[in-house]
Design a binder for this molecule. Structure first.
Ligand code: SF4
Length: 261
């Protein structure tokens, strides 16, 4: 289990995915991934900038602004000495200026306390202003290939549907993190995380395009015909969200789901 996972909840089922499911996802990603500017010449710093910009901003709107920003501030040392006013100018069009303010503060701390090198532990990454659990895991996995599974809205939707996990909202996050950790491809954590999020952004959208999905045969929601209603909106019900917990059994032609908890 990756370090840093908060799992104080009890009775969370254990999950085991068939490695073939990971392979299908990775093959799809290698062939289908978008050729995005922030995927070129990646560094922890450029990943950090792109992840912060992508919060609350769509990829298409963010891309030209990302390229200008990185051109002006190519390294953390360049950003760390910039005036806030100038940073804000390069942030125009993205909105939510608190993100820029936190990014500047975080990069200043990175330069002053870490010599400009992004740390490799979750704890140290989380000590940087503006770096929360999602951003820390994304940077560590994508830039250093460290085994941290990320959970954004797209990943949550994909994972919930794959295992027919109905719960949503903050209370569901520990269980979803556990599902994400179990699904993580330990050989390619960065690609895996991006693949899950990209599948959620392009195929496993709210009204999913299951006929284009590489995981159609592995998806419990699809097999049960309920893909469009998973995850359920957060609501009053208190029933057991783990209608299914599962074990992919290698020798079976269809998925078999058994509780491992
Ligand atoms: S089969 Fe459909 S619901 Fe299941 S993961 Fe793929 S797109 Fe999402």
């Amino acid at each position: 289990m990756p370090a840093g996972l908060k799992q104080k909840e009890v009775n969370l089922p254990t999950y085991e995915f068939d490695p073939k499911t990971n392979l299908k996802l990775r093959n799809w990603f290698v062939q289908e991934k978008r050729d995005l500017a922030f995927r070129k010449n990646r560094t922890p710093y450029s990943t950090w900038v792109s992840e912060i910009m992508l919060q609350q901003t769509r990829v298409a709107a963010m891309l030209p602004l990302y390229e200008k920003f990185i051109h002006r501030f190519p390294k953390p040392e360049d950003l760390a000495i910039a005036e806030e006013e100038e940073v804000f100018r390069y942030w125009q069009g993205l909105g939510y200026y608190s993100r820029a303010k936190n990014l500047l503060a975080g990069v200043q701390k990175l330069v002053n306390e870490f010599g400009g090198k992004f740390p490799k532990t979750l704890e140290e990454a989380l000590s940087l202003p503006g770096v929360g659990p999602y951003t820390a895991r994304a940077i560590l996995s994508i830039s250093y290939n460290l085994p941290f599974a990320v959970l954004d809205g797209n990943a949550k939707r994909v994972l919930s549907r794959l295992v027919l996990f109905k719960e949503s909202g903050p209370k569901a996050d520990p269980a979803l993190q556990k599902i994400a950790d179990s699904f993580l491809n330990l050989d390619f954590p960065g690609d895996h995380n991006e693949a899950v999020m990209e599948l959620g952004a392009r195929v496993c959208i709210p009204k999913p395009l299951c006929n284009e999905c590489p995981l159609q045969n592995d998806c419990l929601a699809y097999q049960n015909g309920v893909q469009e209603s998973i995850p359920e909106m957060e609501k009053k019900k208190k029933g057991n969200p783990f209608e299914y917990s599962f074990l992919y059994t290698k020798n079976e032609t269809r998925n078999t789901f058994n509780s491992l908890s």
